[in-house]
Design a binder for this molecule. Structure first.
Ligand SMILES: NC(=O)c1ccc[n+]([C@@H]2O[C@H](COP(=O)([O-])OP(=O)(O)OC[C@H]3O[C@@H](n4cnc5c(N)ncnc54)[C@H](O)[C@@H]3O)[C@@H](O)[C@H]2O)c1
Length: 333
């Protein structure tokens, strides 16, 4: 089958491409490289350096793909509060262009990677039956893109699924980007003997999902018959941990002996964010096979292999005020 993956040079998109290629599919994909790296794209994949927001480019390259995975996004939840125009334009305009190009090009199915930012202030664990209540521009854009997909797929009679991955961890996650990926940022700093920063008291809780476990669900949504027309949380619903706990775990793995530096809370940061996995277990046979420790060890091994890196402040802050984290305004990392 010809499969098209947007964001193929990113963490999730590149792992997905590898899996599909190994299963004998013909894989093509695009990436603007705003957040990904060319080195991640499997050599067997057809690669286009295009921005998803460019409908004409998308129409040209997506044409003929039976299945489209839309993984591309500026997935910068915290930054979206201070760069809403960039993040929302990228996610919403880009998603609609990809959906339109896929439908025009004859795709049979679209799998969209949304985010648990769609749930915002809902009670945890987040269930798919909840109405979206996003708390930040990133979540708002993802929720709007979901609505666009539901509408367009219904109108034009194609299959779709909306995957809601949790915080995914594993090798190849970008670790020199100061704007996202808390575990990789911490590990990169600690491997340089530097203290990581924690926003607030560090007691905010998250649930981390190993990329391998996330992939099996995404493949099932793309190639299987279950979960179509559904929103499905992808990831574990065990091992909810605080950011302080994450730091302690990474201390054990990296051998770092210092302390974390606490900064004030980030505005709009959701205190507790984790999902129910009941639907994924029921419809997709989800099982957690790799725990938090495995994912963190993979991150640390990946950074050790490539060597720790300096952080690259590659995106502009649109809003700089007293609420903007100092890690960004003062480039502390
Ligand atoms: N990693 C997580 O924890 C997580 C959790 C929930 C949802 N997601 C979603 O999963 C998807 C993949 O996330 P990831 O962690 O692999 O992120 P990533 O940044 O590693 O990959 C995303 C890729 O999309 C590319 N991209 C961004 N905007 C683009 C555009 N307009 N045109 C073309 N390419 C563009 C980036 O360059 C990057 O390579 C995203 O949609 C994200 O919102 C990720």
């Amino acid at each position: 089958m010809r499969v098209f993956i947007t964001g193929i040079a990113g963490f999730l998109g590149s792992h997905l491409a590898e899996r599909l290629i190994a299963a004998g599919h013909q894989v093509a994909g695009c990436d603007s490289l705003i957040g990904g790296e060319l080195i991640n794209v499997p050599p067997e994949a057809e690669f286009y350096q295009y921005d998803c927001r460019d409908f004409n480019a998308m129409a040209k390259v997506v044409k003929g793909a039976e299945l489209v995975y839309h993984c591309a996004a500026t997935a910068y939840e915290g930054l979206s509060v201070f760069a809403p125009a960039m993040v929302m334009d990228n996610i919403l305009t880009g998603s609609v262009a990809v959906f339109s190009a896929a439908i025009a090009g004859g795709a049979r199915r679209i799998v969209f990677c949304s985010s648990m930012a769609r749930y915002g202030t809902n009670a945890v664990p987040f269930a798919e039956s909840y109405l979206p209540a996003p708390q930040d521009p990133y979540g708002i854009a993802k929720a709007a893109a979901e609505q666009a997909l539901i509408n367009l797929a219904g109108t034009h009679g194609i299959e779709y699924a909306i995957a809601v991955p949790h915080n995914i961890i594993g090798a190849r996650q970008k670790f020199d980007d100061p704007y996202r990926n808390v575990a990789s940022i911490m590990a990169n700093l600690m491997l340089q003997g530097r203290s990581p920063y924690i926003y607030g008291d560090g007691e905010q809780t998250r649930c981390f999902s190993h990329v391998e476990d996330c992939l099996s669900c995404l493949i099932a949504l793309g190639l299987g018959t279950r979960g179509l027309g559904e929103v499905i949380n992808i990831g574990p619903d065990e091992e909810f941990v605080s950011i302080n706990h994450l730091f302690r775990k990474l201390k054990g793995i990296t051998g770092f002996e210092g302390q974390a530096i606490h900064l004030k809370d980030r505005p709009q940061e959701v205190k507790n964010a984790f999902c129910s996995s009941e639907k994924a277990r029921r419809l997709l046979g989800y099982r957690t096979t790799r725990g938090l420790e495995d994912g963190l060890r993979d991150i640390v091994a990946h950074i050790r292999k490539l060597g720790p890196r300096k952080f690259r402040y590659h995106l502009d802050l649109e809003i700089r005020n007293a609420r903007t984290p100092r890690t960004w305004t003062e480039r502390l990392m």
